[in-house]
Design a protein around this ligand. Structure first.
Ligand code: HAM
Length: 426
């Protein structure tokens, strides 16, 4: 039996790569414009890092982590997200000594043992960004401005920004208790999962998709109505900065994030085009996380974009398909041998060229050239070879010209490199 890939872990094939590269390149370009520097951290970390940051009672830590012992018996985990590893690296390398504000971005695979479905995988990719050291609400708005800028640069319109505040360690405990009291009275209406977790992680009950739970919590108290003065002021400033920047948003008081490190502002970019996996990007503030991990008491805020979800949304056809500049079509063995040398030499000089090796008919070679989207096809047969010429066909116009084989490399480089290639951005 064939060995197959692992369920929920996808191969990304060459045909999809142009979209991936485009999405990644736009992130590099835009995030660097906003002053972010790229960081790369390992895909494996000590398990304890995720338990302490994401929270012991979250779905991720309770049931979604890929955790194993290495050969020395250390418990390691494939990273389920990027914020905790980046904060671990920030603390370990004392990056706060370099500047009072640190802006980092990252990209790469994350791993969660979730039930795979469209838009939800066990290995998926995130592009994320984090700002450490500023608690001013302006930075919340700036991070959201950068995220919106990214979405418009990659041509995604069908997204809406939902924001909420989850309070801080001053106001959340009282709210949490009020919510537990409420849920206790409505326990019979909750699903099994929520009956189990309402005391350990009551906020998650608000996020449960089971209709009975939604009904039972319809009149539950909301964190937004129970914020302390500091959090309320922070949230109203975030909203007014967003208005100032003309970034549309919806306040969603029921939005609860699946990670415990959040405080104050949280947000999601949601879409209607992906069914139930509707969050394309998400994030928020985590003012206590760095201190909880043993670092300095510095605030932080960031987000992560789900790249697979973006790729699903991005209509691949809307990106200009990468076209091949030149295809070599030959007839006869000596023409094929000569074309082979020409192809390798042109490739060496930076031109993308393909040819047919299998001695197919000219018609079938031209079909293959068209499949590559070739702009030009160079036709070389025994007859042309005897005259030391080749025929260059412009595939878009159907026009042809004869080129002398003497000096043909320079001519082809000049003609074929003049064409634009690759997806167009913005
Ligand atoms: P998250 O909401 O867990 O947040 O994930 C962020 C995004 O990753 C989601 O909105 C979604 O697009 C994508 N995503 C999550 N799980 C999957 C999956 N199983 N398959 C495909 N895509 C998925 C975080 O990870 C936080 N670290 C974000 C953050 C950064 N907060 C502050 N800074």
């Amino acid at each position: 039996m064939n060995i197959t890939g692992i369920k929920g872990m996808n191969d990304i094939l060459p045909g999809e790569m142009a979209t991936w590269h485009f999405l990644e390149q736009q992130a590099h370009r835009i995030f660097q414009t906003y002053g972010f520097g790229e960081i790369r951290v390992p895909v494996v970390e000590k398990t304890e890092l995720f338990c302490r940051s994401i929270g012991e009672t979250t779905d991720i830590v309770e049931k979604e982590m890929y955790t194993f012992d290495d050969r020395s018996g250390n418990s390691l985990t494939l990273r389920p997200e990027g914020t905790a590893p980046v904060m671990r690296a920030f603390i370990e390398h004392k990056l706060h000594n370099q500047d009072s504000v640190t802006k980092l971005y990252y990209q790469g695979p994350m791993f969660r043992y979730e039930r795979p479905q469209k838009g939800r995988y066990r290995q998926f990719h995130q592009i994320g960004a984090e700002v450490i050291g500023v608690d001013d609400p302006k930075i919340d708005a700036q991070v959201l401005a950068m995220l919106s800028h990214y979405f418009s640069a990659v041509g995604i319109q069908d997204v809406a920004l939902h924001i909420n505040s989850l309070g801080c360690k001053e106001c959340r405990p009282d709210y949490r208790q009020a919510l537990i009291d409420y849920l206790q009275k409505h326990l019979a209406g909750l699903c099994g999962d929520c009956q189990r977790r309402y005391q350990t992680n009551p906020l998650r009950v608000l996020d449960c998709k089971v209709p009975a739970c939604r009904e039972a919590t319809a009149t539950a108290p909301a964190m937004l109505e129970n914020l302390c003065r500091v959090c309320e002021d922070h949230f109203s400033q975030v909203k007014s900065h967003l208005q100032g920047l003309a970034i549309p948003y919806t306040v969603n008081a029921r939005m609860v994030r699946g990670l415990d490190y959040y405080s104050k502002t949280t947000f999601e970019m949601v879409t209607n085009s992906l069914g139930s996996q509707n969050a394309v990007a998400a994030g928020g503030r985590y003012d206590g996380l760095i201190a909880d991990l043993g670092g300095p008491a510095l605030p932080g805020i960031g987000f992560a974009i789900g790249v697979e979800r973006l790729v699903l949304m991005k209509n691949a056809e809307s990106l200009a398909v990468r076209r091949l500049p030149l295809f070599l079509a030959t007839m006869g063995k000596s023409a094929a041998d000569r074309a082979f040398l020409l192809m390798v030499s042109l490739q060496n000089q930076g031109l993308s060229v393909e040819m047919e090796y299998a001695g197919k008919s000219l018609k079938s070679q031209m079909r293959r050239a068209a499949k590559f989207g070739a702009r030009y096809a160079l036709i070389l047969g025994e007859e042309e070879l005897s005259r030391e010429v080749a025929v260059l066909r412009n595939m878009d116009e159907g026009s042809q010209q004869e080129l002398s084989l003497t000096g043909i490399e320079a001519r082809l480089l000049q003609i074929c490199s003049a064409e634009p290639a690759g997806p167009t951005a913005d």
